[in-house]
Every structure is written in C-alpha cells, then in structure tokens.
Design a protein around this ligand. Structure first.
Ligand code: PMP
Length: 459
C-alpha cells in the first residue's frame, strides 16, 4: 500500500516518526528499510547501506542472526506472553536475571527488567527517590548528569539529559537535576593545561555543584562511561576514579548508563570495566537483546536493593512494574545473546578488529574536510569543518546535527553508509560483528561521502 496516498485528507505519512521534521513527513516519503543482512540494511529499491551506527547504537550482532530469530520463535511458540508480576513469571526471566547479574559490573547485583533504555533510567530515578525516602532522606533527590548527555526520552530522563533546549521545548520540570561539564579532552582544555589538571578542574566543578546544591539533597551522579552520542570524547585520565572518591565522601551514588556502552562496544563487556568504574547501579538495553526485541534492565547493588525491600508497603509489596517488563520473547533472545557472546567469542572478535577500526578511522584524517578523528573501542567520531577554517574550537559536544555534518549524513546515504550527524562531527558505532574487509568497505563509502560533501561546498 502506498502510505503517502491514503486519501485526500491525509496526503502525507500518518506516523509521527521520532526526531523527524513533521512538515517534511507530510510531503516526503520517509526512507524505508525492508531487509537486513549482517551489517547491511536494504531499502525498498534494494539499495544496500552499511549501518555504521548499528542504527541507533543497538544492532550489535547484525541483522540476520538465525540463532536469535530461532530463540524468539521458540519462545513465541511455547508462551508468547506472560507478564512478570504478582509472584508470577516465566523461566527465561529468572534465567536472564541470573545470567545478567553474573556478568554485570555491580557487585551482588539484583535485576529489574523494563523495555527501553529510557524506561530503565526512569526506573533508576524512581527507585532512587524511593530508596532515599526509605533511608529517611526524602530530600536527597537531585541527580547530577553531564551537559550534552542523553539518558532517554521520558519526562524524568529528559530532565536528566544535558539538552536545555529540549527540556525547555517540552516544558520539562528539571528542579531535581544538576548539570556539570562533559569532558572533552583535549579540545576543552585551557592553554597549557595538563590532562591531570583538566581532570581536576572537572572534579572541582562537580564538588562545587554538590556544595552549592547542598550535599544532603544530592542522590546520584549518572554518566555514560564514554558517550558515543555526545561526540565520543573518552574521559581524561583518572576522571572516574576521582569522581567516585568524591561521591563516596558525600554518600552520593554513581550510576553508569551502559545503554550504549554495554555488551562490548568499548572492547570489554561493559564500559565500566574498560574504564575501571565501580558503579552502584547500571542501566542497560539495546545490545542486551542485540536489539532484536525490546528489553532493558537496571542492575542494582545489594545495598540499594535492600532499601527497596525495606520500603515495601504494609502488605510487603513493592509497587512498581509494567506489562512488558521482562517480556518472555525478549528475555529468551537476550539469553541467546549472552550464549552467543560466549560461544562465538564476540569480545575476542572485537579485540581483534579494534586496531583495524582505529587505523581505518585515522586514515580519514588526510581528507580536506576532516579536522580530527576520535576512536574508542568499536566507536568513533570524525570531526569535520570546511577547508580553510582550520581546526574549529569544537568546545562542547552537542546532540544537534550541524549543517555540514547533516550534508555528510545525506552524502553517506547516497554512498550507502549510515552515520549519525552531530554538531561538527559524525559518530560511528558499527555492528560488533564487522569484519576487517567490511571496515575497509565502510571507510571507502565514508570517504566517497566526504568527497561528495566537499565537492558540493560553495567555492
Ligand atoms: N541512554 C543512552 C546513553 C542512550 O544513548 C539512549 C538512546 N540512544 C537511551 C539511554 C535511551 O534508550 P531508548 O531509546 O531505548 O529509550
């Protein structure tokens, strides 16, 4: 059926597509994908695209994994749905909780499932307020995050995200949020500032923020170990260790948002492992099921969990949940993902292709549009500026696509490679199963897109 020719009253697409230009949606048929194979997707015309950002940082095992499909089908046949709640669940949910807790970077972890990364982080906020009320500290509600971070699209998680424009646009209440700078070493450093001095300055900013807010009102600090979607700036040396020490001194919890960094993106299973972070709680989603089914989770420390236990109401009930939290089909797929990571040694593969990936990205630095590349694990960013403008002082990361990077994104689509445009750069996080040869092809297509973008610049 032609979705753009439904009837005279609705000449356009009726689906409000996220993060899209609504006027354009009325007038133009969106790009539609119909099939996927490995790291490739195919549009309606059969044109192939390398999904260099794993779509939304999620399809870590590629698109056509028969084992994942089979795991879903088996569970659909056996019991397509049974909600977890009121002392009822399904074996796959129990098994997944055990398997996830065993590998998660939280000691003595307890697991609560949800459906999306946003919901997991939202849950984390809600549980935090609850736990602190139980602990007799109801005023300890504020959560600190970093500017230009993204933790989700619910009301509570939009308030945590570092985009003031987004919060204002939707009138999001942000009274319980505090923001500090996002590290952007080395471009955010002062002239002659050493890496250690830069780290110390950020930690001092955090300390001042806590002091000004009143330490007794601050509940937690949430950060991605490394934020790909904010332009991929790995933290400077010592950043998390110093932050953790500071937070511990105030009794403030550290939460790691592992929604993107979980499941191998940084070279180890968790970004927290790669960066030596010891979080009190983590959230994860996306890669948990290879994105074949919606599922997310919060993994919380035993200490945190015991507060939830203590706070149960007079009937002993913890009153939170949802119909699809820990959907059986999603849980069955996620178990299969963990099997695949072990059996196919996905992390070993990542370790072996990481140097090739890093070299491939660096090889783009000779392009006239490219001012720098950044790489961490199997993610990266290509910083761009019109030739002759020199290296731009790309001071702070941003979630907004900029003019030139938007043009590069469009040129990428034409060249068959999908990147994510931000202000001054495009970011990349290809499926982790990518081979050396495919990295070569991705880089070739990206260079074609850079050439086309350069050629289209006004002279
Ligand atoms: N946290 C981070 C770091 C993310 O990048 C995202 C989404 N890109 C989310 C949370 C929200 O996840 P979801 O889109 O599944 O709600």
């Amino acid at each position: 059926m032609n979705v753009l020719a439904r009837g005279t009253n609705h000449p356009g697409n009726l689906a409000l597509l996220p993060f899209s230009n609504l006027q354009k949606l009325r007038e133009e048929r969106p790009l539609m994908f119909v099939r996927g194979q490995g790291i490739y997707t195919f549009d309606e015309q059969g044109k192939d695209y390398i999904e260099a950002v794993s779509t939304f940082y999620c399809v870590n095992l590629g698109f056509s994994d028969e084992e994942l499909i089979e795991a879903a089908v088996q569970q659909l046949r056996a019991l397509p749905m049974y909600p977890s709640g009121i002392h009822r669940t399904v074996p796959v949910v129990m098994e997944l909780a055990e398997r996830l807790a065993a590998v998660a970077p939280v000691r003595g972890g307890h697991v609560m499932f949800a459906t999306t990364g946003s919901e997991a982080n939202d849950q984390l906020v809600k549980f935090t307020w609850y736990a602190n009320r139980v602990a007799g500290e109801p005023k300890r509600r504020k959560i600190i995050s970093r500017r230009a971070s993204y933790h989700g699209g619910t009301i509570a998680t939009t308030a945590l995200g570092g985009s003031a424009a987004l919060q204002e646009a939707f009138g999001i209440p942000t009274g319980d949020s505090l923001f500090v700078s996002h590290p952007t070493w080395p471009i955010g450093a002062l002239p002659d500032e050493t890496e250690t001095a830069y780290t110390d300055r950020l930690v001092e900013e955090l300390r001042q923020t806590i002091e000004e807010a009143g330490p007794e009102t601050v509940a937690a600090f949430i950060a991605e170990p490394v934020s790909v979607s904010s332009g991929m700036f790995p933290p400077p040396e010592g950043y998390f260790a110093k932050i953790k020490a500071l937070l511990d001194g105030y009794g403030i919890r550290l939460y790691a948002d592992e929604v993107v960094t979980g499941f191998g993106r940084t070279g180890k299973m968790w970004g927290s492992e790669t960066l030596g972070i010891e979080p009190d709680c983590i959230s994860c989603a996306k890669g948990l099921s290879g994105a074949y089914q919606p599922i997310s989770a919060v993994v919380m420390s035993d200490d945190f969990y015991s507060r939830l236990e203590e706070g149960a109401n007079a009937a002993g009930i913890f009153n939170h949940g949802g119909t699809y939290g820990g959907h059986p089909v999603s849980a069955a797929v996620a178990i299969k993902v963990l099997d695949i990571y072990e059996r196919r040694n996905i992390l070993g593969h990542v370790q072996s292709v990481m140097p090739v990936w890093q070299k491939a990205l660096a090889s783009l630095e000779d392009h006239p549009l490219v001012t720098a590349t950044r790489c961490f694990g199997m993610a990266g960013a290509v910083q761009i500026a019109p030739p002759g403008e020199g290296k731009p002082a790309a001071a702070s990361p941003s979630l907004a696509p900029g003019g030139l990077s938007q043009q590069l994104y469009m040129a990428g689509l034409a060249a068959g490679v999908v990147v994510r445009p931000l202000q001054g750069c495009v970011v990349l996080s290809p499926p982790l199963i990518i081979t050396e040869a495919e990295i070569g092809e991705l880089t070739r297509r990206l260079r074609l897109a850079l050439d086309a973008t350069l050629a289209a610049l006004p002279r």
